[in-house]
Write a protein that binds this ligand. Structure first.
Ligand SMILES: [Zn+2]
Ligand SMILES: [Zn+2]
Ligand SMILES: [Zn+2]
Ligand SMILES: [Zn+2]
Length: 391
């Protein structure tokens, strides 16, 4: 029997983590349990005696879960968009209510006018048909991927669909391809999309389950080194969001050394991986390591990418942060942090514009550092008085 890699990795009754293959499954519908006791309880008291047939008919526990989660996610998305979509119609089916599901509309991207409204079901149906065409004709990756993007990106304004809509489409995509063999490219892409959608909708615990499953699948079935690093990096972001700092750090260190080996130190992906690794070091207040790594690699970024590249700016920003966030920062450290931020601040204003999040972030950091410096440099301020008393 092949064990299909699941995203349902817990006992249906007591939620014990079962990983890929522990525990036992219902012989009919594949619902998973830690053992016979939970299975019996589920049958007698948990309503499984009624549900089992339904789940089997839907295609098994994994498919049933996808269908259920999809319906829930559509309800959440239409509810969240209700104010925006009042009086509008779907640009695909031209109706306000979906003819079959009776679901409401979502506002999913930046498109103006009628093109910005649709039913999640219509978006999903459209993506499914477009991808099926490309699969039938065996398109290569370059032609296939633009089709695949219809699962998560608007074809008109090229914007990613926003959080709750992306989450609903993630489930739509997963429920469309979950029944295929594990190695199937669409199924693997669907898993990536579901993980991202869940994360962007703020369901980080669920995103973690999916992303861990994705990495395990990739390890087992094989994939390019590059692909592995991307998946690991996504997973690390989820750990970081969940506050699991040590795990995020370990993974980001692996990803950084992976890129270093694969692409060398002069590649943008390597530099971005370094910035992420440094962010994790900072989270754990390991400022010394963060600073020494950045001192080593900071000169590389402007040399490879140019002075005004976003990654160059981010790297300087990280270095300044490592300097001023350190509770033991000296006046010289603070002065160096201010100097480090001055150029990037000016460049970001000019290149990215004043409203860009990075410009705003650098500006705020620079003001904070200057304010701290001001307090500590001025004799008679609360801080220096305190220091004098200690001395
Ligand atoms: Zn159990
Ligand atoms: Zn069953
Ligand atoms: Zn529609
Ligand atoms: Zn659009």
């Amino acid at each position: 029997m092949t064990i299909h890699k699941m995203i349902l990795t817990q006992c249906a009754v007591c939620a014990t983590e079962l990983g890929l293959s522990l525990g036992k499954k219902c012989g009919r519908c594949s619902t998973r349990y830690c053992g016979p006791e939970c299975q019996v309880q589920h049958w007698k008291e948990g309503g499984h005696d009624n549900l089992c047939k339904l789940i089997k008919k839907a295609g098994g526990a994994e498919q049933y879960n996808a269908n259920t989660k999809y319906a829930e996610a559509v309800a959440v998305a239409t509810e969240a968009c209700a104010d925006d979509t009042r009086g509008q119609t779907c640009y695909i089916c031209t109706q306000a209510l979906h003819w079959k599901t009776k679901e409401g509309l979502v506002r999913m991207c930046a498109c103006r006018g009628t093109a910005g409204f649709a039913h999640v079901s219509c978006l999903a149906e459209q993506a499914k048909i477009l991808v099926a065409e490309a699969e039938e004709d065996n398109w290569d990756d370059d032609r296939f991927m633009p089709r695949w993007r219809r699962w998560y990106m608007c074809s008109l304004c090229e914007q990613h669909y926003h959080g709750v809509v992306l989450c609903a489409l993630g489930w739509a995509c997963w429920k469309t391809y979950v029944g295929r063999p594990e190695g199937d490219p669409a199924r693997r892409n669907a898993m990536t999309g579901l993980g991202n959608g869940l994360g962007l909708a703020g369901h980080n615990e669920d995103a973690l389950t999916v992303k861990e499953a994705e990495l395990a699948t990739l390890r087992r079935l094989g994939g390019s080194e590059r692909n592995m690093l991307v998946v690991q990096s996504n997973l690390a972001d989820t750990y970081a969001k969940l506050g699991r700092k040590e795990e995020a750090l370990r993974l980001r260190r692996d990803v950084y050394s992976g890129y270093l080996k694969l692409l060398g130190e002069e590649d943008e992906d390597t530099l971005i991986a370094a910035i992420n690794y440094v962010a994790s070091l900072g989270e754990l207040e390991r400022f010394g390591e963060a600073k020494s790594l950045l001192r080593k690699i900071m000169p590389v970024a402007p040399h490879v990418l140019g002075e005004s590249h976003e990654t160059t700016l981010r790297m300087r920003q990280s270095y300044a942060a490592a300097l001023y966030n350190d509770p033991g920062a000296t006046l010289d450290d603070l002065r160096e942090a201010a100097t480090t931020l001055e150029d990037p601040e000016r460049i970001a204003r000019r290149v990215l514009g004043v409203a860009h999040p990075m410009t705003v972030g650098i500006g705020e950091a620079l003001r904070a550092v200057r304010a701290t410096l001001g307090r500590r440099e001025t004799p008679g301020s609360a801080y220096s008085l305190q220091r004098r008393r200690h001395n």
